[in-house]
Write a protein that binds this ligand. Structure first.
Ligand code: 1GP
Length: 252
């Protein structure tokens, strides 16, 4: 049986092919100003991720509000089995591979699988890897991680290769939302080189020049969350830097 790649993932792959990188914006469904943030990102994001590590209450309503503002694809980024909504387009179907608790590695995604099928959500298979300093952020605590040190890029890269062998097409190198520093360039480039799968980088990326570096190092997607609460200009500058680096990467 041939495994079919869904519409949203195909679109992301096409942007990566044509523009070198995608910009994903992460919206917290509990955010009071979600409409305002959706307004700010709608002309710059390639897709909107919705989710977070700490419980969700208003997910359906939040997604409906975003949908009124933009037609951008909405990809769920569930922190647990309650992070699913039939109003979204796709879901990062993820395993927190470096958790010490098998619940986050495989049980939570398994418990969510039937709901994903019922809601007709497009699953995008992804390894979720929490890298130093993620332990100091919410995902580190909730996800009971065995934090991967930044000075051991090979460990992250080996997880990415493992993810590829498991059939996952994406790996998310996560430093944690609000991290004091992002994943380093060496980890990104080695992960990309060894696995060849799509590499998403997020956590602690606040400056356009940092996103620029990450894309040149090999990131196929950049995620920002906290930045979106700043002025709308910050999103535009971030977008410009990601696309500029993407174009340069394609020329290489
Ligand atoms: C969290 O990587 C994302 O999962 C976003 O992090 O909020 O630090 O941009 P920031």
């Amino acid at each position: 049986m041939e495994i079919k790649i869904g519409k949203v993932e195909r679109k992301l792959n096409q942007i990566i092919e044509e523009e070198g990188a995608v910009y994903l914006t992460l919206l917290d469904p509990e955010e009071e100003n979600i409409e305002k943030i959706a307004e700010n990102v709608k002309d710059y994001a390639d897709a909107i991720m919705v989710g977070g590590s700490i419980g969700v209450v208003n997910l359906d309503e939040a997604i409906k509000k975003i949908k009124k503002i933009t037609k951008l694809p909405i990809i769920l980024f569930p922190g647990n089995v309650d992070g699913l909504s039939k109003y979204a387009d796709a879901v990062f179907y993820m395993s927190l591979m470096n958790s010490s608790n098998t619940y986050w590695v495989v049980t939570a995604p398994t418990l969510g699988a039937i709901t994903i099928l019922k809601y007709n959500l497009e699953p995008i298979p992804m390894a979720y890897l929490c890298i130093e300093p993620a332990k100091k952020t919410a995902v580190g605590y909730v996800g009971e991680i065995r934090e991967i040190p930044q000075n051991k890029p090979k460990i992250t890269a080996m997880y990415c290769l493992s993810a590829k062998f498991f059939g996952m097409r994406w790996a998310y190198l996560e430093a944690g939302s609000g991290a004091s520093y992002p994943v380093n360039n060496e980890t990104i480039s080695l992960s990309k080189k060894l696995s060849g799968i799509n590499i998403i980088v997020g956590g602690g990326i606040r400056k356009p020049e940092i996103a620029y570096e990450k894309v040149l190092a090999g990131a196929d997607a950049i995620v920002t969350g906290n930045l979106l609460e700043e002025n709308p200009k910050a999103v535009e500058l971030m977008y410009d830097a990601i696309k500029k680096a993407g174009r340069e990467k394609l020329k290489k």
